[in-house]
Design a protein around this ligand. Structure first.
Ligand code: B1M
Length: 228
């Protein structure tokens, strides 16, 4: 359905309908429309977490399922991801606003040869929302760049993201590079991304793993507390 302003049903704000419109605009890859609708939802007082889960993430999951079934192709996936990131950019300042004192510093990146950044960006937002300073190295980050950044910053957590079966070994090689540089005890190392399991995280010597962005913050705080 085309967006034509707020539905005026008994003057009520139809949250579910607008969230569904966010999802459908994301699926069509309409980044400016997604931004407009996300902003309008925020203006109407819808919780940013609701917009993220019911508007953005649900639509991106559908894109993933359609791609897997061969119903859509890479260009559609790319424009949907662009629309997702555009929506996240509107939510970012709101989710990152926090009264909490700075709790720590996170170095974050998607590992070498992996270009997926939607989940990583959500991890970044959640940590910032919890009062962390986040140094985001972006995507396709070589092992040496993580090591270099660890020497440049005083850190509490290093977060590595990987979305491909093919790039999971880069989680291991990045941790090995950190160990080889003598920096392993400088920070907690956490790994995540859809194909990464807790068992694998422990096997490769990470301190922690989380299935999603919100739990990643909780796990990092637990690990930090247990170090003190
Ligand atoms: Co790609 N891709 N992709 N893709 N892509 C997947 C991952 C895939 C599962 C699709 C499929 O086949 N069903 C599949 C991987 C299969 C596998 O290896 N097991 C795949 C493939 C094969 C590929 C290519 C190889 C395709 C090709 O070229 N033939 C190619 C590789 C490119 C490369 O990286 N070198 C490719 C390319 C792309 C696009 C560029 C088109 C685009 C990425 C755009 C972008 O990110 N800017 C893309 C997308 C969008 C996807 C899907 C559809 C969606 C990923 C996503 O954004 N999910 C994905 C299918 C799917 O996941 N259903 C797919 C939403 C996001 C919120 O979830 O990223 O899992 P996620 O993050 C979560 C958690 O995992 C966790 O928290 C996040 C939020 O809760 N998490 C962490 C993430 N990092 C964490 C770190 C932590 C803790 C938790 O601690 C540090």
């Amino acid at each position: 359905m085309e967006w034509a302003g707020w539905p005026a049903v008994k003057g009520a704000f139809m949250e579910e309908e607008v969230l569904a419109q966010i999802a459908s605009s994301l699926i069509k890859g309409q980044a400016p429309r997604v931004q407009e609708l996300v902003q309008s939802c925020l203006d109407q007082g819808v919780a940013p977490e609701t917009i993220m889960d019911q508007g953005l993430v649900s639509a991106m999951s559908l894109i993933g399922r359609r791609f897997k079934k061969g119903e859509i192709y890479m260009p559609e996936v790319m424009i949907a991801a662009r629309a997702m990131n555009a929506g996240l950019a509107i939510l970012d300042p709101v989710l990152s606003q926090s009264d909490v004192e700075p709790r720590g510093r996170l170095l974050l990146g998607t590992v070498r040869a992996d270009l997926h950044d939607v989940g990583k960006n959500m991890v970044s937002m959640m940590f910032r929302g919890a009062g962390f300073e986040v140094i985001d190295l972006g995507v396709d980050v070589p092992e040496a760049r993580f090591v270099e950044a660890m020497t440049e910053h005083s850190l509490d957590v290093v977060g590595l993201s990987a979305l491909l079966t093919m790039t999971i070994p880069q989680l291991k090689s990045t941790i090995e590079a950190i160990v080889a540089a003598g920096l392993r005890d400088r920070a907690i190392v956490m790994v995540g991304g859809a194909p990464v399991t807790e068992a694998y995280a422990l096997e490769i010597g990470a301190d922690g793993w989380a299935p999603d962005a919100a739990s990643a913050v909780d796990r990092a705080l637990e690990l930090m507390a247990s170090r003190r």
